[in-house]
Design a protein around this ligand. Structure first.
Ligand code: G6Q
Length: 543
């Protein structure tokens, strides 16, 4: 961390210690306008952070931290297309993919917008032709598409296709990611080879899981329809267009993107093709527009109204000053059921780092564990720990004002649950209150003594709430981009490179070494006794 930022972080930690016993609920008693003072909006989306244990002084210290950490200078470098991904010597310019302003975006002295628009137009033409049946399989109009990809080439399309379920009027979409054969097998059982389009999504077109699944799909299709089906029923999304043609995919079915698009930031690129086919190019553009609106907001809104800045700084407060290890994302929106998994990759792969940009170990915490499930299901599972456990878990609640497809009073019940949870987490329930409630029920004093401690809620547990009008493509674009920029700001403050992912390499290398051992072609010589023992047990159990 930059020295001056470190000093600022120490001030924040001292401020935290000085206010250790502060109760958020009393901050509401002190300031009837607290909701207005500690909430912000952007393009119709509301962010309420008033239920976090912080004050104007806390926020000022956090804004100073952002200034000392040079967040705005780093943001300028990001949007200027500088090679801020230093370990891979790449710019980070996924924002260009959703640049709807008509303005150029320069990377290495070249305007990248003409190429982006060409690919997007080609994708749109292809998507429309698949949707209309103009481009069809051997058996006629495509009824199913199967996206084969993993990590950044899977999670974005899976999450967004689920999120925009009510807008889905194209062919059915399926996603295959795991190298576990069960994943592809279950999809192949459901589809007709003659009316299925396979989309192989892989930035590198070398990923073991994806190429294994793509080859299995290819063999299955060829077996059913013959070799000539491949050219017609496969498309590819990749930066390695030489490799896609070697696989047998026609050039006009291969949609490219560029090395300055990180895998986990690639939903806006050709990797979004399955989403585009599902909801149509117009809605895909609305999705891009939502993200573009956030890009503009992030660059222009003052810090105290800037949603990604606020999200990031509150996260830093919780992680670095309060010492909270995890962060829960709790969508009260069933369509966002894969959003926590998506954010898990976005946040943890980006900011799960222990070395700073100058190659030195950091001396502070970086990214928290991110996790979550949709409410209200989580309430009947893990919320016990959030309310009464020993760990404090800051949580984001996400809720729409209106359901896209309302059913009776379901939505009002959903909203009441979301509001009830954030209130309960903040206010809690004192022992005094518990005792008087039990006494009012006529319970005797001994039983009250025994039961009361179990029924106390400490409260003071921080939550932020996002409220949006309705989960439209535009709103989904906003939500994803907000979290992307949050991750950027936190990485900037921690002075780490949020855009590489060396931590996923070692396991891949060892899997490559171990495959011949697992296949029985080599002995596990020289390996530790656990791995060697597991290899032996594996072979023995299969006999
Ligand atoms: C994302 C990561 C990673 C990547 C997958 C798939 O930022 O780099 O999740 O997306 O490993 O890679 P390919 O798209 O190259 O198959």
């Amino acid at each position: 961390m930059i020295d001056k930022a470190k000093v600022q972080l120490e001030k924040l930690t001292a401020h935290r210690h000085a206010n250790r016993d502060r109760q958020t609920k009393s901050l509401f008693d002190d300031n009837p306008d607290r909701f207005n003072d500690f909430s912000a909006t952007s393009n119709g989306l509301l962010f309420d952070y008033s239920k976090c244990n912080l004050t104007t002084e806390t926020m000022e210290l956090l804004f100073d931290l952002a200034r000392e950490a040079k967040v705005s200078e780093k943001r300028e470098a990001l949007f200027a297309g500088e090679a801020i991904n230093t370990t891979e010597n790449r710019a980070v310019q996924h924002m260009a993919l959703r640049n709807m302003s008509g303005e150029p975006v320069m990377i290495d002295g070249k305007d990248v917008m003409p190429d982006i628009l060409t690919v997007r137009n080609n994708m749109a033409q292809f998507a429309e032709s698949v949707r209309s049946g103009k481009i069809a399989g051997q058996g006629g109009k495509f009824t199913d598409i199967v996206n084969i990809g993993i990590g950044g080439s899977d999670l974005g399309p899976v999450m967004a296709t689920a999120a925009l379920g009510p807008f889905h009027d194209g062919p059915k979409t399926h996603f295959v990611s795991n190298v576990d054969g069960a994943d592809i097998l279950e999809v192949l059982k459901k589809i007709d080879p003659a009316t299925t389009l396979f989309i192989v999504a892989s930035k590198t077109f070398t990923t073991q899981e994806t190429m294994t699944n793509a080859n299995t799909a290819r063999e299955w299709l060829v077996k059913a329809l013959g070799e000539e089906a491949v050219v017609n029923q496969f498309a590819a999304l990749s930066t390695a267009l030489d490799k896609t043609s070697a696989f047998g995919i026609a050039d006009d079915r291969a949609f490219g993107f560029w090395d300055w698009v990180g895998g986990r930031y690639s939903i806006w690129s050709a990797i979004g093709l399955s989403l585009m086919i599902a909801v149509g190019p117009k809605r895909f553009d609305e999705f891009l527009s939502g993200a573009h609106a956030v890009d503009q907001h992030f660059q222009t809104a003052p810090d105290n109204e800037n949603l990604p800045m606020l999200m990031a700084l509150i996260g830093i407060w919780h992680r670095n000053s309060c010492g909270y290890d995890t962060h829960a994302v709790l969508p009260y929106d069933q369509y966002l059921h894969r959003f926590p998994a998506y954010l898990q990759q976005l946040d943890m792969e980006s900011n799960g780092k222990r070395i700073d940009v100058s190659g030195q170990p950091v001396d502070h915490e970086t990214g928290p564990v991110v996790w979550g499930e949709p409410g209200t299901n989580g309430q009947h599972a893990f919320y016990q720990l959030i309310h009464q456990g020993t760990s404090i878990i800051p949580a984001d609640f996400l809720i729409a004002a209106e359901a896209v497809e309302p059913v009776g009073d379901h939505h009002q019940k959903l909203v009441a649950n979301a509001f009830a949870q954030t209130e309960a987490l903040m206010v809690g329930k004192s022992e005094e209150q518990v005792r008087s409630e039990l006494a009012a029920k006529g319970i005797d004093a001994d039983a009250i003594d025994k039961l009361a401690p179990h029924k106390v809620f400490p409260g003071n547990r921080p939550t932020c709430t996002f409220m949006y009008p309705k989960l439209t493509p535009f709103v989904l674009g906003q939500l994803v981009a907000l979290y992307e920029h949050k991750v950027f700001v936190q990485g900037a403050i921690w002075n780490i490179n949020s855009y590489d992912q060396w931590g996923v390499e070692l396991g891949k290398e060892l899997a490559g070494e171990l495959l011949p051992v697992v296949k029985g072609e080599q002995k596990p010589t020289g390996r530790n006794s656990s791995t060697a023992g597991l290899v032996d047990a594996f072979h023995a159990m299969r006999k």
